[in-house]
Design a protein around this ligand. Structure first.
Ligand code: NA7
Length: 566
């Protein structure tokens, strides 16, 4: 393999883009022939991409990250809306691979804000000297596999082609924003911002009439922040969320120093855990407890400020409808106790099983609806008809607005991979192969798409875990796998069709044991028109998943075929 100087791939300092002939002037085949050849290309410079680059470097590989954004950070680069914050504790939601990093980095709050996480990511990039191999403003548009040479040919929106042996998609599980197609959007006189494409320059709400569409995690965070400044805030709600209080607070230096002493054991415990967070698992059914006991348990969970605090009370909240309803009703009682207007309170009460859509962590979310300039519109009874030059017309009236904020979510888990035109063996396209839902083995490799690994993708634990822990597990596995191939003079790894079929069936079977698939959500693809309805994540837990991945590797990569180019 030719090793190239990665500086050749760097953006032109004048405009930040890689210089190349315009796309229309180029024959892709010519471009590929003339392309630079790398050992590995990682797509995406978020938390996953950065750690993957670090690990590939440790193997001595020529590797680069291609990143569509103008800067690194991934999710934390794009989602810079006011109030954006992680819903996993900062001491947990951070890399574990470097004990030195753990010791030197100081988190300021229990739940880190977007700017602080972005600072952390930049610190990591500097500390491990990663920037020199990151190419920004470069979106991978197409990837085609060369079966003879066991190489991927990549095409980008800058016109530059790159050839690589290994292609690793670190494109994020929530990175393709979903914006509803509302008639008349182009006619609106004010600004429309999606939370996941928030402008880098400050957006002022002062004196303005704002509407927010969407009440998932992003809406729940941005709504109280906008309410603090805006003259009027109208929340357009289709489905209410279960919002638990974050009880966010500053972390005190003494507390941090104490935590740092136990960091090594804590990191070990995270790795062994079911979801990447450390807690004592419940032992009893919610239905074994009487109401008094249950309420006390739920109160205690509510007070902890953990996203999954309620799920940790009893064993069957996510598997038994009756057990689930006890938790759901507890949250509804909290909503009724906080929101002063009973009609608004009822509209805010979710009716689907608790936590079957991802619950949200909020700060003053429900109390925000007690403010005189905040109003709630129920889109189930008065749907949006169109956007007008002056605002949004629902079936009963026109809401006059200066700004519309879309907090309408993402094409989760598969969106960022299917956005790339990926062509594998025998001309197979990922789009066609996944037409009825994603297919892969161990959530890592799809059959006939060799040497292509996905991090935090579909049919892996990803969004059901603390992704900081899940991503390190997958990246360590991928890195070991690449090391194994190189050590043995092999140039290709592919998943077998049988192993893939078994994985798809067993992840569906595992999901079927829970209440998750019974509810339409982005977990099931239901939020995207035309997306196949399948449960997209692995529900067996990170601990079990880790064992499955390790066993496959230990037994000589069972379920995969390994080979060498002639
Ligand atoms: P979510 O959780 O998918 O929330 C999107 C919200 O937008 C949700 O309330 C949707 O209602 C609503 N939505 C979507 N499309 C429409 C239309 N057309 N009209 C009205 N309302 C709409 O995305 P988030 O960004 O909040 O959070 C995503 C994850 O990122 C989060 O769970 C964390 O893991 C990080 P619906 O429920 O579909 O009726």
């Amino acid at each position: 393999m030719t090793h190239i100087d990665c500086r050749q791939l760097r953006p032109d300092p004048k405009d930040g883009r890689i210089s190349a002939a315009p796309k229309s002037d180029r024959d892709p085949a010519d471009a590929a022939d003339a392309a630079d050849t790398l050992d590995a290309v990682v797509v995406g410079a978020g938390l996953s991409g950065l750690y993957q680059l670090h690990r590939l470097r440790q193997l001595g590989l020529a590797a680069v990250i291609l990143e569509a954004g103008a800067d690194l950070g991934g999710t934390w680069y794009w989602n810079r809306y006011p109030g954006a914050r992680c819903d996993i504790e900062s001491l947990s939601y951070s890399y574990s691979f470097s004990p030195e990093l753990d010791q030197e980095w100081e988190w300021s709050e229990r739940y880190a804000s977007q700017p602080e996480i972005l600072r952390y990511i930049h610190h990591v990039a500097d500390r491990f000297d990663l920037r020199r191999d990151i190419v920004l403003r470069t979106r991978v548009t197409r990837a085609a596999y060369d079966e003879d040479r066991h190489l991927w040919q990549l095409y980008t929106d800058t016109g530059r082609a790159v050839t690589t042996r290994f292609l690793i998609l670190a494109t994020g599980c929530m990175s393709t924003p979903q914006a509803p197609r509302i008639p008349g959007a182009g006619s609106f006189a004010g600004a429309i911002h999606h939370t996941a494409r928030w402008p880098r320059e400050e957006v002022s709400f002062t004196g303005k009439r704002i509407a927010v569409i969407g009440t998932g995690s992003s809406g729940v965070q941005v709504i109280p922040a906008i309410a603090q400044e805006a003259a009027a805030l109208t929340v357009l709600q289709r489905t209410p969320a279960y919002v638990l209080p974050a009880h966010n607070r500053p972390l005190h230096p003494a507390e941090l120093s104490e935590f740092k002493v136990t960091y090594p054991e804590f990191r070990q415990a995270q790795r062994r855990s079911r979801g990447g967070t450390v807690f004592e698992p419940p032992t009893r059914s919610a239905l074994e407890a009487d109401e008094l006991e249950r309420t006390a348990a739920y109160e205690a969970a509510w007070d902890t400020g953990f996203l999954n605090g309620m799920l940790r009370t009893y064993t069957d909240i996510l598997t038994d409808e009756k057990a689930n309803e006890t938790a759901a009703e507890f949250v509804r009682s909290k909503i009724r106790s906080i929101v002063a207007d009973p009609v608004t309170a009822e509209l805010l009460c979710p009716r689907f099983p608790f936590a079957t859509k991802r619950p949200c962590l909020g700060t003053d979310y429900y109390a925000t609806y007690n403010l005189p300039h905040v109003s709630l519109v129920d889109l189930r009874t008065t749907p949006i008809e169109r956007i007008t030059p002056r605002g949004i017309r629902t079936s009963d009236r026109e809401h006059e607005l200066d700004m519309i904020v879309l907090a309408t979510g993402f094409d989760a888990l598969t969106g960022s991979q299917l956005a790339i035109d990926i062509v594998g063996k025998g001309g197979a396209t990922l789009q066609k192969r996944w037409a009825d839902g994603p297919r892969n083995y161990l959530g890592l490799v799809s059959a006939d798409f060799p040497n292509l690994f996905t991090i935090l993708g579909p049919l892996s634990p990803s969004v059901l875990t603390n992704i900081a822990v899940a991503l390190e597990q997958q990246i360590d596995w991928i890195t070991d796998c690449i090391a194994h191939l190189r050590h043995n003079g092999l140039t290709e790894i592919d998943a077998t069709a049988q192993a893939e079929a078994h994985w798809v069936a067993s992840t569906a079977e595992l999901a079927g044991r829970t209440l998750y698939p019974s509810v339409d959500s982005w977990y099931t693809g239901a939020n995207i028109p035309g997306k196949p309805h399948t449960f997209l994540a692995y529900t067996g837990g990170l601990d079990r998943y880790r064992k499955e991945c390790d066993a496959a590797a230990r037994d000589g990569y069972t379920g995969f075929t390994l080979s060498a180019a002639h």
